[in-house]
Ligand binder design. Structure first.
Ligand code: ATP
Ligand code: MG
Length: 598
């Protein structure tokens, strides 16, 4: 196959891949003509054979920011199109006449691009669509259904309609309006369209079967009255199509071959097919019509993905915004430091199934570590600093002001021959070390600094601890040590003195100050909103700890979004919103290994 798939590593198969491969083998869509843009059967018939071998779509409602669950849907739809020589459309589902928010539209476009996908055909033509552009066709199709005796205007009250629908154990009963004549239905539907009826006074319903075991087939509503302005069509319409009717039509006009959605829509599939079967029979859409396939939505532990709940966290001020680094939104994950590569890898690894499962947040973190492992530069930082003084410095080096140049590789495990960049920093009489790296009275097994013990300052010298200074409360204010001459890392004498530990440090002379934001999981419970739990009561009070840290001078050049491995602490990113050279701000993305709860 001469598809872009050749450049990709072989991917594990799944049921969607099998369906697509079998469709490609059988040539299910081989003869489809594409009119260059969405349209009805006549429009597409004028086009030539579609160069896209499959068409998929991602159809968000522009009413919020996308989250990690949407990332899965994006990776599935755009990923399959890419792998099989197809095209994936970005379609804004704006059939609800609610105020469209440009902020959300822009956010969705950014998120899909950032994840590494676009909606272009092979010839560069963009496939970004708005469902509201299909209102004319949807209306025409509704009149067609009425003419065929397949739809009727029901003027029961909403309560009557609910009561006559039945339930899982009882069949529904027919509406008294069900057997209206075609001409009367057409007249009433046009009265609805022309604004002669108030909201809720009538609906157009498909005429299928009030006794169907599938409640979705009990004469579902396909149009409702809503006197509301629409961002795209203004006041042209006061009736709007229902989602279950609009969606298959949107897919058909766009020649979607595989309409992939989450399992909640499984029960809607018979109606999806019903709509398209009828319109195909009437010659309004071209065969072969789109098919719907369902997969299990992503449920990720330690987060909530309901838009309503995420909005509450933002509006209540619990978090700083949609891009708070603790948000599971794509903008939040991005600001936290997650990479598109890691998110795509995560979506690939969780696979596509029909079984509900909770995916462990730790898997997302593992994907991030795998991505950054070989490419994030290392750096030393001190997050809980205490000063260490090398009291014999002047004696050994001839001056208390002397600074020794030190280096460490930025990528210690870089492949041989790779130009391994070096980090440069200096060691002087005073350095910052972690408070926990000194113990006046060492606990059992402690290998770091305590009076009489020797350790290596990583990349520098071996030092021997001689004691400490304390304030009136007994708080250690300064650790004292002497430098052991001729033990500098990388020199022939380096191994002459054996030590059991090397500790991280930064020199007081060239350290930079930085704000480091230690993010942790937003919730303490793996399934914070499952089973009626109150997610707000399960917020992790320690999801953010801010520390004033000292960091090594190589970080002076860090640009927003640059990622690093801070030795011993994990992966960090220069905050894309607030980091500046004057006021560095780093976010912890994740620790070096999964240590949650350990
Ligand atoms: P709402 O809660 O407002 O209905 P939604 O999450 O369904 O929001 P949409 O904008 O309708 O938002 O979603 C766009 C697409 O993303 C849909 O096809 C939907 O099935 C898919 N999607 C949403 N959540 C997930 C998830 N957790 N896992 C996989 N796909 C998802
Ligand atoms: Mg939805």
């Amino acid at each position: 196959m001469s598809t872009p798939a050749e450049k990709e590593p072989v991917k594990p198969s799944n049921f969607l891949r099998q369906i697509i491969e079998s469709d490609l083998d059988r040539g299910t869509h081989a003869g489809l003509h594409w009119g260059g843009a969405p349209g009805d059967a006549a429009h597409h018939a004028q086009g030539s054979v579609d160069p896209a071998r499959i068409r998929t779509r991602f159809p968000p409602e522009p009413n919020g920011y996308l989250h990690v669950g949407h990332a899965k849907s994006i990776c599935v739809n755009f990923g399959l199109a890419r792998d099989y020589g197809g095209t994936c459309h970005l379609r804004f589902d704006d059939t609800n006449p609610e105020k469209e928010d440009q902020e959300f539209v822009d956010g969705i476009i950014d998120a899909v691009h950032w994840l590494g996908f676009d909606w272009k055909d092979a010839d560069g033509r963009e496939n970004l669509y708005w469902a509201s552009n299909y209102f004319d066709f949807m209306y025409r199709a509704a009149e067609y259904l009425i003419e065929q005796g397949l739809a009727y205007v029901d003027e029961q009250t909403p309560e009557e309609m609910r009561a006559s629908r039945g339930d899982f154990t009882r069949p529904g009963t027919n509406s008294p309006y069900r057997d209206r004549a075609v001409a009367e239905n057409l007249a009433r539907f046009r009265a609805m369209r022309d604004g002669e009826l108030p909201d809720g006074a009538a609906v157009l319903r498909a005429k299928i079967d009030m006794a169907s075991p599938n409640i979705n087939l009990r004469d579902p509503a396909i149009y409702r009255i809503k006197h509301a302005e629409h961002h795209n069509t203004g006041s042209q319409w006061c009736i709007y199509p229902m989602y279950a009717y609009a969606h298959p039509i949107e897919d058909a006009l766009e020649h979607i071959t595989h309409s992939i959605c989450t399992l909640e829509f499984e029960d809607q599939r018979p109606f999806y097919d019903w709509v398209l079967d009828r319109l195909r029979e009437g010659g309004l859409i071209a065969p072969p019509q789109p098919r719907q396939y369902e997969f299990a939505r992503l449920n990720l532990t330690y987060v909530v993905t309901s838009k309503r709940k995420l909005k509450h966290l933002v509006d209540s001020g619990t978090l700083t915004g949609w891009d708070d680094p603790r948000m599971p939104t794509i903008v939040g994950l991005r600001r936290r430091g997650f990479t598109p590569e890691a998110i795509r890898d995560f979506c690939e690894r969780i696979g596509i199934t029909k079984d509900y499962a909770w995916i462990d947040y730790a898997l997302l973190e593992a994907c991030l570590r795998d991505d950054l492992e070989g490419r994030a530069h290392r750096a030393m930082v001190v997050l809980d600093p205490v000063k260490l003084e090398l009291t014999n410095w002047a004696e050994v080096f001839g001056s208390a002001e002397h600074l020794e140049d030190c280096t460490l590789p930025a990528l210690p495990h870089a492949a041989d021959g790779a130009a391994a960049p070096e980090r440069r920093f200096t060691l002087g009489r005073e350095v910052w070390i972690e408070r926990e790296d000194f113990a006046e009275v060492p606990p059992k097994g402690y290998k770091r600094l305590f009076p009489g013990n020797r350790v290596r300052l990583k990349g520098g010298y071996v030092i021997e601890c001689t004691g400490c200074e304390k304030d009136a409360e007994g708080h250690v204010t300064r650790v004292l040590a002497s430098v052991v001459p001729d033990t500098k890392s990388g020199t022939p004498g380096a191994d002459s003195v054996k030590v059991k530990a090397a500790i991280t440090w930064v020199g007081a002379a060239d350290a930079l100050q930085a704000e480091v934001r230690l993010y942790d999981r937003l919730f303490t419970d793996p399934q914070p909103d499952a089973g009626g739990k109150d997610y707000l009561a399960l917020l992790n009070p320690d999801s953010l700890k801010v520390v004033n840290a000292y960091v090594e001078p190589s970080l002076a050049g860090a640009q927003p979004d640059d990622k690093f491995q801070f030795e011993r602490f994990g992966y960090f990113v220069a905050d894309r919103v607030e980091h500046t050279a004057q006021r560095p701000v780093f976010n912890r993305i994740t620790g070096l290994k999964d240590s949650w709860g350990k």
